[in-house]
Design a protein around this ligand. Sequence first.
Ligand SMILES: *Cc1c(COP(=O)(O)O)cnc(C)c1O
Length: 346
Amino acid sequence: MTAEAAGSPAATALAPFGTVLAGMMVVCPAEGGVFSPPRLVPTGPLELSPAAHVLHYGSAVFEGLKAHRGHDGVVRLFRAARHVERLRQSATMACLPVPDAALLHQAVHRVVSGNLDEVPRAPGSLYLRPVLIGTEPNVGAAASPSRDALLYIVASPVGDYFSGGGRPLRLLVETTLPRTAPQFGQVKAGANYVTALGVTERARADHGADQVLFAPGGDVQETGAANLLLLDEQRVVTKALDGSFLHGVTRDSLLVLAADLGLVVEERDISLDELVSWARGGGEAALAGTAAVLAGVGTLVVDGDEILVGDGTVGPVTGRLREQLLAIQRAEVPDRHGWTEPVARG
Ligand SMILES: *Cc1c(COP(=O)(O)O)cnc(C)c1O
C-alpha cells in the first residue's frame, strides 16, 4: 500500500485504534438537569472546574458506536437507537442527568455529519465516543448526584481493529475476582474499566494474556470490554441477559445473524467446566464488541493450565458471522433488520 497524505481518511485509518480524533466534536451541557441543544465545535480541550463531580467521585458513563462508509459512498450509523438507550440507562444507574433520546440521537447525527469527510472507507469506520460526566463544582457532593453535566461526543477515524489479520486471543480466566461491583455490571462506565485494569495488567505480565475473562465462582461472564460467545457448526451459546454484565449491541446483532444462518441460539449460564470442555471438544470461542466486532479466542489459561480452543486458530463460524455483520454495516447486503440509518451531509 502506498503512503497517503497525512489527514486523508485512508492515512488516519492506519493510526492505532482511537489515537486520532476527527476535527469536530459535539458538546451539550446540562444545568440543573436541563440539557441545552447540541453544538458542533472544533475538537479541543474541555473547560471544567477542578471541583467537578466527575474528577472526585467518578460520575462518568460512555458509549461506543460506529458510522460506516458503504461501498455506495453513503455513510450509515449502526444501531444508533440501541446505543442511545443504553447511554440513558447508564446515566440513570450512575445518577447522572439523563438526556432525552431525541437529543442524543440528534447529537450523534450531528457529530457524524460534521465529520463526514473523515469517515474512512472500509475496512475503516468512524468510531463515536459519547461521554456524559457530572460537572457540578462541589467537592462536598460525595454523597449527592451532580445536577450539572456535560454530554460530549468525539469521533475517531479507525482502521481494522486487527491490522494483523485477526490473531487468536489468549485469555486468562479469573475465577475469584468479579469484573466490577455487582450493581454496576450493566453500566458502561470508566469505573468498571479501572476496576479491571490491575487484574488485566497482572494477567498480561504473568501469563502473556491479551484479556481477562471473568468467571467468579465458575460463572462465565465477560471480559473487561467484550461479551463471550461459544460457537460451532450447530449453535451459538452465550450468557443470558442478567445484571452481571454489559449487554452488547454486537452480541445481540450476532445472535440475530446466527439464527438467520440456521444456527441454534442458546442464551443461558455457562459454567467454567462447560467452557473448558467446549474448548477441548473442538468448539470455537470469540469476543463480541463494537471496536473488534468478533475476535476469535485461541487459548484459555485456567489455574495455570493452557487450554487450546479448538485447534487454537480463529474458527470458521466466527469468521462467517463476523463477515456477515460487516457486510450489513457496509451495505454490501440488504439490511433486513433495519439496523442502519444514513447520515445526511450537515
Ligand atoms: C462496551 C462493552 C461491551 C460491548 O458492547 P457493544 O455494544 O457490543 O460494543 C461489552 N462489555 C463491556 C464491559 C463493555 O463496556
